[in-house]
Design a protein around this ligand. Structure first.
Ligand SMILES: NC(=O)c1ccc[n+]([C@@H]2O[C@H](COP(=O)([O-])OP(=O)(O)OC[C@H]3O[C@@H](n4cnc5c(N)ncnc54)[C@H](OP(=O)(O)O)[C@@H]3O)[C@@H](O)[C@H]2O)c1
Length: 271
């Protein structure tokens, strides 16, 4: 039987407890008609996994494999043709169920149920195998290793939706501010927005992270802990466009008050 890793219950209050990990046995995989068995070759951590161990994440559940992100190889399939076409393919998993194609959001009335560590979805990628519907697979990009591909799905989808779908501003010449560039989603947002040709400005509490962001394509950056970061940001923008077209924010703080004053009228704050 395949093994997986979940959190084990110990006494403690949310935020003070740090649940230990334990091995669990999964049932022998028996894929239904349109299901596949993915042998996991790499899985990725996300900030939500730390929150789960601290019992700070909604629906935290013991005995459910941890982690939402994974890459692997399809080693067995159900009898359906949709499933069989995946046999032997290198794949990444949709990190949640209930959302197939609609850019406006999850189609399922129950919303998006993220994999890993909660009762909302019994699957997780921190295990030897995941048995999942074939419709939840994507081919792993050929130019990425398994480790790189596993890091892409959840932060990548979140950032893609914020930058490309909701903001609509990832275009050459547009100014986009991404806050808290040390964050996982923020880093993906920087890569997408700068690849699309936007002038990306970032904020961070650390100079080292600002320098790294510039090496990854940011046009400029400011430390959100410093007084007057908003004026310093304005000074870095091109003279012909002293305004922001979008703010991608997952951190809060005074960006709502100060950042929105720099936003072009009727433009957007996302994430
Ligand atoms: N991770 C996901 O897959 C995912 C999925 C859906 C939604 N979300 C949401 O997206 C947001 C970001 O998630 P994440 O996992 O990327 O977070 P994360 O990796 O924990 O990063 C959060 C970042 O916020 C920055 N920050 C903290 N205080 C700040 C302040 N006062 N002003 C500006 N920035 C500040 C820090 O940046 P520096 O280190 O640069 O200082 C920190 O690295 C959260 O609201 C989360 O709920 C995340």
């Amino acid at each position: 039987m395949p093994k997986a890793i979940s959190i084990r219950k110990v006494d403690g209050k949310p935020g003070q407890v740090y649940y230990p990990l334990e091995h669990i046995q999964l049932p022998e995989p028996q894929p239904k008609e349109n299901e596949v068995v993915v042998q996991i070759t790499a899985a990725a951590l996300n900030h939500r996994d730390l929150f789960l161990r601290q019992h700070l994440y909604p629906g935290t559940t013991f005995g459910v494999p941890l982690l939402a992100d994974g890459a692997g190889v399809v080693v067995a399939t159900g009898s359906g043709s949709q499933a069989q076409q995946w046999k032997g393919k290198r794949v990444v998993l949709n990190p949640g169920s209930g959302w197939q194609d609609d850019p406006d959001g999850p189609e399922s009335p129950k919303g998006y149920a993220i994999l890993g560590g909660t009762k909302m979805n019994p699957l997780g990628t921190l295990g030897e195998t995941v048995t999942i519907g074939a419709e939840e697979l994507e081919l792993a990009p050929r130019h990425l290793s398994s480790v790189e591909a596993a890091a892409l799905p959840l932060t990548g989808l979140t950032a893609w939706r914020a930058v490309m779908t909701k903001s609509g501003q990832a275009k050459p010449g547009r100014n986009i501010l991404i806050t808290g560039i040390g964050g996982g989603v923020a880093l993906m947002a920087l890569l997408f927005a700068s690849a699309a040709g936007a002038n990306v400005f970032v904020s961070s509490g650390s100079q080292e992270k600002l320098d790294k962001a510039k090496a990854l394509g940011a046009a400029g950056g400011v430390n959100y802990k410093e007084e007057g970061w908003d004026k310093k940001l304005l000074a870095q923008m091109p003279p012909e466009r002293k305004m922001l077209d979008a703010i991608i924010d997952g951190a809060g703080g005074d960006v709502v008050e100060k950042g929105t004053r720099m936003l072009r009228v009727s433009h957007v704050l996302c994430m």
